[in-house]
Design a protein around this ligand. Sequence first.
Ligand SMILES: Cc1cc2nc3c(=O)[nH]c(=O)nc-3n(C[C@H](O)[C@H](O)[C@H](O)COP(=O)(O)OP(=O)(O)OC[C@H]3O[C@@H](n4cnc5c(N)ncnc54)[C@H](O)[C@@H]3O)c2cc1C
Length: 366
Amino acid sequence: MRKKLAVIGAGTAGLIAAKRAAELGIDTTVYEQKQGKGAKINASGIVSLSGLNALGIDYGGAITNRLSGADIHAGGRVLSVRARGIIANVLDRMQLNEMCHDEAEASGVKINMGRRVGGAEIGEIARDSVVIGADGAVSSVARHFSMGHIRRHVLTYKQEFNVDIKDPEKVDLFFDNKLTQGLFGWTCPNSMDILEVGIGVDSGFSNSAKAMSAFLKKREIVEMIDGGKSIGGGASMIPMSLRDRISDNRGAMLVGDAAGQVKATTGGGIVFGGHGGRLAAEIAAEHLANGTTIYDYSRRYMARYGRDLHLHSMINEFYSRISADSLGRIITAAKFFGAENFLHKYGDMDRPSLMVKRFFLRALSD
Ligand SMILES: Cc1cc2nc3c(=O)[nH]c(=O)nc-3n(C[C@H](O)[C@H](O)[C@H](O)COP(=O)(O)OP(=O)(O)OC[C@H]3O[C@@H](n4cnc5c(N)ncnc54)[C@H](O)[C@@H]3O)c2cc1C
C-alpha cells in the first residue's frame, strides 16, 4: 500500500508538483541529481502573466524584464504586435527555481539535492510511493515504466550579450526555414542591458551551434548586438510533442518536459508543465486517499490542455514547412486584413483556443 509521493527532478514542474502535493497533506520527497538549488539552466524565461498567475507560485523576485509585444520577421517583412500593457515577464530561470525550491520546502517537502535516481531504484521507490517523473525530456522514470517516446525535439543554442537595448519591451522572432527549420531565431531583452539571442532547429535538420553562428551573421542581429560583448550561453533541447503515455497504473505520472508538456509554437514549457505538475499532485492525493486510478491523469490533462497543445503543434507544423518568402507574403496580407489589431485584441500566448473563442463571442455580440 502506497502512502507517500516521490518526485524525481527539481525543475519548475517537479517543484510545483511537490509544493501542491505537500499543500494537500501528502508526505512528499524530491530527488534532484544536481548539487545546490538554482543550478545553471540553459533556457529562457518568457512567461505570460496569465499563465504564471495560474500556477500558484510567487515568482515576483525572479522578474528581470517585462514585455508588451513582439516583432515577427519573415522574408524581409515585419508584423508588429503590441499589447496595451505588459503581457509577459522575463524571469531569471535560476532564481525562479530557487524560489520554487524554497516555497516547496516551506510547504513541508523534503528535498534531496545531489541525488540521482535511476534504474531499479525507481522500482524500489515505487513500492511505497507514487512516483512523479519530472526528470526532463530524457526521463529515467519514463524509461523505467516503458512510457514510450517523445517523437519530436528541437535543439537550441542561446547566448547573452551586453547591449544598450533600444526597446526593452519587445522580443523579435525570425522565421526562416532554411536556417531554423522546426522553430525560429529570437532576441529577447532579458534586462535593460542584456540581450539574449537564440535559435531552435529540428533535431533531424541541423546542428544548433552551426545554425547559431549563421544566425549571428544576419544583418538585423549584427545591428542589435552592435559589437556588444558575449557573456555566455550554451546548447539545450526542447521536446516538441507529448510522450506516448504520461501515466502508468503501477503508480507513475510524468510532468513537464518528461511528458512533453510544451507549446510547440514557441517551446515554452513552464506554464503547461506547471499545470501538469499541479494536476499530477491532485491525482496522487486522490489516489492515496481513496485508491482512485492514476491512469486518469492522462485523460484529465488532455481534457484541459490537449486542444491547445494540438493547436500549438498545428501552427508550428505550418510555419516550419513554408518558406520565409511565403511566410513574408502571408504577413503582408495579414497586415492588410488587420492581423496586428486582431492579435492585439484577442491574442493569448498560451491558449490559442481561447483566442478563437473570444473572437467568435465578440463577433456574435457585435
Ligand atoms: C533555450 C530554451 C529556451 C526556453 N525558453 C522558454 C521560455 O521562454 N518560456 C518557457 O515557458 N519555457 C521555455 N523553455 C522550456 C522550459 O525551460 C522547460 O519546458 C522547463 O524547464 C521544463 O521544466 P521541467 O521541470 O519539466 O524540466 P527541467 O527543467 O529539465 O528539470 C528536470 C530536472 O530533473 C533533474 N533530473 C534529471 N534526471 C534525474 C534523475 N535521474 N534523478 C534526479 N534528478 C534528475 C535534472 O537535473 C533537472 O534539474 C525553454 C527551453 C530551452 C531549452
